[in-house]
Design a protein around this ligand. Structure first.
Ligand SMILES: Nc1ncnc2c1ncn2[C@@H]1O[C@H](COP(=O)(O)OP(=O)(O)O)[C@@H](O)[C@H]1O
Ligand SMILES: [Mg+2]
Length: 378
């Protein structure tokens, strides 16, 4: 069954974790978290969640209730559910007034919580289909990551972006390897402006500025390049990355984020704000060990269920795809052939192999990955 998308609004970090643990991962995906502020409105408008789950310990403040009412009146198609440890008759009345459909105690057992939220979302869907809302297209944000340099994150993300654009999708590629980003080299782009100029722009991070500071590659992919010099990297913060992703969502079908091989504030923010995280690894022992540590950290960050394994440089080796699948108890999402000649030739020329050498196995494999991504249901 199709999973329901949830945005969780709470000011309380512990509650985020509490709620995540209470939602069955088979029925729901949490597409974002926010506090009750203007950033939340942006998130909700752009993500089209099925459910907006507002949670607090104790009472909701008048300002929070006002905010919830605002969301209710301005956003159709999402059902609002309140959760608190203090369910009172007064709150039930207030909830009805501000447009929340359900009020649930924080300790509602998982099965009951799942059923109640599903029922509420189902009713809202019926209501909004009666109102004949337009089709809800939701963009997908895909991170490309590994804790190890050289596994092929950039090669795979760039070529996947181009393959998706060739399928007619609107694609933005963000080079989030802020110190050593080289997406522009693989696409033979010489950026005048980059992500640093964007975040310093007086007008703020608006879609018009993002477009103005991006470059459009001949394949149609829009590219937001990494700073021209590593020393500028620190000017870009985790908050900037979150805002950029929130702002661009309605304008692209796919937003691909190429990440640096490290957990830091910026990469964690990107990971938290992406829908799927492609972990790019190779068939050798250091990759395997790195994947293990990486998945453990993702687990601690409550992000492991976004992770997919992509095996790059696939060749006959001591370590097999099956080993990854057995050790991590998850299927490998895609495997891409080892072809150093094609990979390096295309890198040196700045021409993605999916279009410049489309008949090679490596190009076929990346196109298959792009197809799988684009065919996947939201
Ligand atoms: N499937 C592949 N087969 C052979 N070599 C590859 C493949 N993918 C990438 N490479 C090569 O591996 C090196 C590192 O790739 P890169 O994409 O920069 O990795 P990362 O972004 O993970 O650091 C480059 O020389 C690239 O050409
Ligand atoms: Mg890279």
């Amino acid at each position: 069954m199709e999973k329901l998308n949830i945005v969780v609004l709470t000011e309380d970090m512990d509650l985020r974790i509490h709620i995540k643990n209470r939602l069955s991962s088979e029925a729901f995906v949490i597409s974002g978290y926010s506090d009750f502020g203007s950033a939340a409105v942006l998130k909700i408008e752009n993500m089209f969640p099925d459910v907006i789950l507002c949670a607090t310990q104790g009472e909701f403040s008048p300002a929070q209730l006002d905010f919830i009412q605002n969301v209710y009146t301005s956003i159709a198609g999402s059902v609002i559910v309140l959760m608190t440890d203090k369910v009172t008759v007064e709150l039930l009345n207030e909830a009805a007034q501000v447009g929340a459909r359900q009020v649930l105690p924080l300790d509602t057992p998982m099965g009951e919580l799942t059923e109640k939220i599903k029922a509420a979302a189902f009713l809202e869907r019926q209501r909004s289909s009666d109102l004949v809302l337009g089709p809800r297209t939701r963009s997908r944000v895909l991170g490309f990551f590994s804790g190890k340099g050289g596994t092929g994150k950039t090669t795979v993300s760039v070529n996947t972006a181009v393959a998706l654009a060739r399928e007619g999708k609107r694609v933005l590629l963000i080079d989030c390897d802020l110190q050593f980003g080289d997406v522009n080299l693989l696409l033979d782009l010489e950026p005048k402006d980059t992500i640093v100029e964007l975040v310093q722009e007086r007008g703020g991070i608006m879609i018009d500025n993002i477009r103005a500071f991006s470059m459009v590659h001949s394949s149609g992919v829009s590219v937001l390049c990494a700073p021209k010099s590593a020393e500028f990297a620190e000017l870009v913060t985790a908050r900037h990355i979150e805002t950029i992703i929130d702002v661009v969502r309605p304008y692209f079908d796919f937003i691909l984020v190429d990440l640096a091989p490290a957990f830091n504030d910026v990469s964690i923010s990107a990971i938290e704000n992406c829908d799927q995280l492609m972990l790019v690894y190779n068939l050798e022992i250091l990759s395997l060990k790195n994947a293990k540590v990486c998945l453990e950290i993702l687990e601690q960050l409550q992000q492991r269920d976004k992770a997919q394994l992509v095996i790059n440089k696939n060749l006959n080796s001591m370590i097999k795809i099956k080993d990854y699948e057995n050790i991590f108890e998850m299927p490998v999402y895609a495997a891409i052939a080892n072809d150093i000649k094609t990979a390096n030739l295309c890198l040196n020329k700045g021409q993605p192999f999916v279009t410049s050498l489309p008949k090679t196995q490596i190009a076929k494999d990346v196109r298959a990955l792009a197809k799988k991504i684009s065919q996947e249901k939201q």
